[in-house]
Design a protein around this ligand. Structure first.
Ligand SMILES: CC(C)(COP(=O)(O)OP(=O)(O)OC[C@H]1O[C@@H](n2cnc3c(N)ncnc32)[C@H](O)[C@@H]1OP(=O)(O)O)[C@@H](O)C(=O)NCCC(=O)NCCS
Length: 205
């Protein structure tokens, strides 16, 4: 079956409720406190052009959207969900790639980050160039951390002054990436030597 991944448009607003239901049932199944989303919020993200949707015909296969924090200095790709019927097929990786590219286009200077306990998400993020970091490297925007309140581990986060919890922080830093690319190659030391052996000599004589 063909699955198509789109940047969501008004044509996809009708999926808002199903997206919320999918997120809620996944949170219940995992026993995590993934924040409950309201359809109006999903619709807002779609209307802003900040969401990616995967469809198999008319069936909702997956979804993800962009959030920004700390005056757009930090961006998170949130609400990643894949319909259980379409899991383990590489779909989340493809959705994340599309939302990552959209995030880079819309917020080219922002650091892209996430916190997760999901091995699948860690693998996907690593492939996109995210690195594991301590929470000190992430946004200090209180509205982001307020989103953790519905998590059963929130007491651990608060006990540790929001410095650590059970989630792993992961960060894509465009500046670090650019620095790495432009690392100057040091001028080599040049010496003139006559090699002892004939370097063009081969074993086939
Ligand atoms: C997490 C989730 C989005 C993964 O979707 P998916 O389409 O099955 O993931 P993919 O097929 O793209 O797999 C990506 C990688 O994760 C691995 N993976 C997938 N599910 C996994 C699991 N349950 N446990 C461990 N690894 C898993 C895959 O093998 C793949 O690894 P590879 O790149 O080494 O081959 C999906 O299971 C889901 O919607 N879960 C509920 C919601 C959720 O947990 N969201 C994340 C919140 S942070």
């Amino acid at each position: 079956m063909e699955v198509k991944i789109y940047i969501a448009t008004k044509a996809h607003l009708k999926y808002a409720q199903s997206i919320c239901d999918l997120i809620e049932s996944a949170a219940k199944a995992r026993g995590t406190g993934i924040a409950k989303r309201e359809p109006q919020y999903i619709e807002k993200k779609i209307n802003e052009g900040k969401a990616v949707i995967a469809l198999a015909g008319e069936t909702l296969a997956g979804f993800c959207y962009i959030e920004s924090w700390g005056h757009d200095k930090f961006v998170a790709n949130s609400g990643l969900i894949v319909n259980p019927d379409f899991r383990q097929l590489g779909l989340a990786g493809k959705i994340k790639k599309k939302i990552f590219r959209l995030s880079r286009k819309k917020f080219p200077d922002a650091k892209i980050f996430g916190i997760t306990t999901s091995l699948a998400v860690m693998k996907i993020n690593s492939k996109l160039g995210y690195k594991p970091v301590t929470f000190s490297e992430l946004t200090d925007d209180p509205t982001f951390w307020a989103g953790c309140q519905s998590c059963p581990n929130f007491d651990i986060l608060t006990r540790n002054n929001k410095k650590m919890c059970l989630c792993t922080g992961m960060l894509y830093d465009p500046e670090a990436k650019a620095r790495k690319k432009s690392v100057p190659v040091e001028n080599p030391v040049v010496i003139n030597v006559e090699p002892h052996t004939n370097l063009t000599q081969t074993h086939e004589q």
